[in-house]
Design a binder for this molecule. Sequence first.
Ligand SMILES: C[S@@+](CC[C@H](N)C(=O)[O-])C[C@H]1O[C@@H](n2cnc3c(N)ncnc32)[C@H](O)[C@@H]1O
Length: 277
Amino acid sequence: MSTPDLKHFRDLLQSRTGIVLDASKGYLINTRLASVAGTSGYETVDALLADIRKAPVERIVEAAIDAMTTNETLFFRDQKPFDLLRRTFVDLGRNRRGPIRLWSAACSTGQEPYSIAMLWQEVAHLLPGVSLEIMATDLSRECLAKAQAGIYSGFEVQRGLPVQKLMKHFERVGESWQIKGDVRSAVTWRRFNLLDNPSHLGRFDIVFCRNVLIYFDTSTRKAILERIAGQVVDDGYLVLGASETVMGVTNAFQAGPDAGLYLKTSATRPAAARLTA
Ligand SMILES: C[S@@+](CC[C@H](N)C(=O)[O-])C[C@H]1O[C@@H](n2cnc3c(N)ncnc32)[C@H](O)[C@@H]1O
């Protein structure tokens, strides 16, 4: 694999998505781009990378970048954040008249926002007059198309989804399962790059941004978290993945009483760092 072509692709990937791949990840690029090369008429990944550098076609570049994103997800991933969310919904909903707004940033193929929508159906009766608006975003068009269709294989619905929820919220479509309309219509989908300004998405009470920051360097994580903080209401929440944290990255959020749940740092709730200063 030619070093200038490979370096160019790694730089392009980082500038367009924030994803950092060090020079040792040539094998990963090779594996992930093999099918893009095949479907785009290239005999080898080397030939694809050479054209991406010297004669880029946007559709092919986008497919190559898409192929480099890790889309692994499952229903009710890690379970604990969903237990915390159930309690948070009840706390937030008690004194609420309008909707609660939640953003699933980097939603992949939709299992996360649909898990949230299913959970909401279980608590909604406790909160009369309150509704939930779920905004789900991702960079990958392919993921968003699958998410929006809400059709999952037998393997996918076996991952994290209790059988009662499968029976209640899905219907069979051939060999696959489609999530029912009432859950599907609870989610609004948008293509959104976390490197961009999210102000047009509006303000949120809760943001799920899980298992994506791990692919970025610290300065990119900081910038993304601070932009997210700008969209979170005072007293709003951020939920990160099990191996992610705000500690040592930004003071815009601080750890809440439960692991994995962060609170926006506001004027009335100064950053822990400043409190101890
Ligand atoms: C591993 S999935 C996480 C899905 C889900 N949040 C979860 O925890 O199960 C990571 C997602 O981040 C998306 N992604 C990567 N870089 C992104 C960026 N710069 N902006 C928006 N989404 C991005 C990928 O397309 C992928 O769907």
